[in-house]
Design a protein around this ligand. Structure first.
Ligand code: NAD
Length: 457
């Protein structure tokens, strides 16, 4: 394929050299003349393992060149990558000047080009930037997004030091676009890269890199805090983390990675509290570990706030135990939500078939008695009764019997804490705890979209 890459720094130079290695024809563009000259002499613009050979080979094969003539680059390519820097401003916001300059330049060149063109943002940018760039290109080119050109967000996951290897062996290739033709062109571009190709929505692709990098930071800080506790206790932290990493079922896995309701149960709250206390008793500061419980509490508050925001007093809770298929109420987070709602004067009906069956179990009874002594009055094993007599239904777990509740009881407001439904299209009002109003709340959807597009720095 024929591609142009705007920005010949770390990401651009590696991308240019690797695309040439994959057999594509690459035109690099940079505002710094020296970088253009380096590429046109077959030399890399950065210092990085393997890059010198790749740039030289690409240049000698006639597959890699650079220019400051933007018209030439756009005319002679089908995809233009934006790989310019996005540094922080003094206030910590993202400085998008280079991105927007680049968009104006590409737009001006597109005005003179016939035929479809794809603009792919490779730089790390916040959600909403892709739409802003599209608007700038439309204005500068007089052309229409989706017709004459299409936008793509294609985040880069390479790490300096192993950049070439990372580029050619990415964990996943993420392409966000609302244009199928553009997605197919990107698929063709990456056909020889052995990684899953994930086509998704633009904002999903845009936020991906931030989520990944923040998580990587979290991993490092967590390991360091564990290390500091271990050191204080004379325990070898590396032995601990080596064993920790052997658990590929719960620790190093996709388990627990679904946004949803607060955690509860008899172990997580108790044991993380014990580790916090151990750190405290040994004078070890663990701000990240200390922040876990407050964050979990906020998720319970978010559930309460969602119910309150609906402005209806009759609330039905579907599922009381902390997990489906169990009757364990110890530290069930929904119990705290119910307690808060009752305190605010809401009428709460609760359905949980497992809890009802075992209402004599002492552990649960003790727990409920200490939390909400009068709660059993509100618990029933009649699902239909709860649904029919509530305006708001809070679904806390994925019991199969809840699946058709929206169809059987149309018009109810559904608050989904368990991602029972990926998407719900019915004449009611659906909201997930950590995902958007996927359904009918157009006003809220528009407000979110407007916020995203307003993200100018
Ligand atoms: N460096 C990394 O490891 C890495 C990894 C993944 C993603 N990223 C992201 O990729 C983006 C680029 O990072 P980088 O490290 O390659 O930056 P960089 O500073 O090394 O390179 C950016 C290049 O863009 C050029 N440039 C600026 N404005 C231009 C314009 N209007 N037209 C053409 N060229 C222009 C600059 O001269 C420079 O050569 C950033 O958003 C960064 O966050 C970086």
């Amino acid at each position: 394929m024929r591609i142009s890459i705007f920005g010949l720094g770390y990401v651009g130079c590696v991308g240019a050299a690797c695309c040439a290695k994959l057999g594509h024809h690459v035109i690099g563009v940079d505002v710094t003349e020296n970088k253009v000259n380096l590429i046109n002499a077959g030399r890399a613009t950065i210092i990085e393992a393997e890059i010198d050979d790749l740039v030289r080979e690409g240049y000698e094969a006639g597959l890699l060149e650079a220019t400051q003539d933007i018209d030439y680059a756009v005319q002679n390519s089908d995809i233009s990558f934006i790989a310019v820097g996005t540094p922080s401003t003094k206030q910590g916001h993202l400085k998008l000047d280079y991105i927007f300059d680049c968009a104006r330049n590409i737009g001006a060149a597109l005005a003179k080009k016939d035929g479809f063109h794809v603009v792919a943002i490779r730089s790390t940018v916040l959600p909403g930037t892709n739409a802003n760039v599209a608007a700038i290109i439309e204005e500068a080119s007089g052309k229409k997004e989706g017709v004459d050109f299409a936008m793509v967000s294609n985040p880069e996951f390479l790490r300096e030091g192993t950049a070439v290897h990372d580029y050619l062996n990415p964990p996943v290739t993420v392409v966000g676009s609302n244009n199928e033709r553009a997605v197919e062109m990107m698929r063709e571009l990456y056909a020889h890269i052995d990684a899953e190709f994930v086509a998704t929505e633009v904002p999903v692709a845009e936020i991906m890199k931030y989520v990944c990098n923040t998580y990587h930071g979290l991993k490092i800080v967590f390991a360091n805090e564990v290390g500091n506790i271990c050191k204080a206790l004379g325990i070898d932290s590396h032995k601990v983390m080596d064993i920790f990493c052997k658990d590929k079922q719960l620790n190093i896995s996709s388990y627990y990675f679904k946004p949803g309701f607060a955690y509860g149960g008899s172990c997580l709250p108790k044991d993380s509290k014990a580790l916090r206390t151990l750190a405290h008793d040994n004078y070890v500061d663990v701000p990240v570990i200390n922040a876990i419980n407050p964050s979990n509490e906020l998720q319970k508050k978010a559930a309460v706030d969602m119910v309150v925001a609906k402005g209806r007093r009759k609330v039905g809770v579907l599922g009381l135990s902390f997990k489906s298929g169990t009757d364990d109420l110890r530290c069930s987070p929904i119990v705290d939500v119910i307690e808060a709602l009752l305190g605010k004067g809401f009428q709460v009906r609760i359905y949980d078939k497992n809890v009802k069956v075992s209402e004599d179990t002492n552990t649960n009874k003790d727990f409920i008695m200490s939390k909400i002594p009068y709660m059993y009055e509100f618990v029933t094993d009649d699902l239909d009764d709860v649904c029919a007599n509530s305006d708001v239904l809070v679904v806390t777990n994925k019991e199969k019997e809840f699946a058709n509740v929206p169809e059987r009881f149309p018009g109810k407001i559904i608050i989904d804490l368990a991602r029972m439904w990926d998407e719900l299209d019915y004449e009611g009002n659906y909201e997930g705890i950590s995902w958007g109003n996927i359904n009918r709340n157009v006003a809220q959807g528009e407000a979110i979209a407007a916020d995203m597009v307003r993200t100018e720095f």
